[in-house]
Ligand binder design. Structure first.
Ligand SMILES: Nc1ncnc2c1ncn2[C@@H]1O[C@H](COP(=O)(O)OP(=O)(O)O)[C@@H](O)[C@H]1O
Ligand SMILES: [Mg+2]
Length: 153
């Protein structure tokens, strides 16, 4: 899961908004640990469930938000998110679907589902420009697997 996250992290840039969905314990924070590493940041990922937002320093600044305890469309969150998305940072959102109404139109979506002992990770985008980048990432993942890297479920 961490190595898959790292591959995803390598293809993210400042300005990207990534929404992670999946039940409690699905592995959203674990995947984010990999994503942060993939961007080249040495930061230690924490779970911001209680403090809502954590910032990590690195080659690209990262904002990690967890909306688990957020009420639907809390207006305060709408503005926090709008500000975050406008910044020169990668925004990683756990439980982003809670504020679906105010999410930016262009975003990456990562869904994690339990599958037996493992997890199924599905990547998609809400805009054609991002779909091309996800396609490139998919090809890179296939190549890595051929080299024995594994996608790390
Ligand atoms: N294949 C797997 N992928 C991710 N996490 C797994 C896997 N198998 C077991 N786990 C465990 O599930 C938990 C996932 O927790 P976490 O990443 O905090 O989930 P979430 O942020 O979605 O609530 C961790 O304790 C992790 O060790
Ligand atoms: Mg979490």
């Amino acid at each position: 899961m961490v190595s898959l996250g790292a591959s995803i992290g390598r293809s993210l840039r400042a300005g990207d908004v990534v929404v992670l969905t999946g039940e409690l314990g699905a592995g959203k924070t674990t995947l984010i640990r990999g994503i942060v590493r993939g961007t080249g940041s040495p930061a230690r990922v924490r779970s911001p469930s209680f403090i809502r937002m954590v910032e990590y320093e690195g080659p690209v600044r990262i904002l990690h938000l967890d909306l688990y305890r957020v009420e639907t469309a809390d207006p305060e969150w709408a503005s926090t998110l709008a500000e975050s998305a406008g910044e020169d940072a990668i925004v990683l959102l756990e439980w982003g679907e809670r504020i679906a109404e105010v999410l930016p139109a262009e975003r990456w979506e990562i869904a994690i589902d339990f599958e037996g002992e493992g997890r199924r990770v599905s990547l998609s985008a809400t805009a054609p420009a991002l779909e091309a980048r996800i396609g490139a990432l998919g090809s890179a993942l296939v190549a890595e697997q051929r080299l024995g890297g594994g996608s790390g479920t």
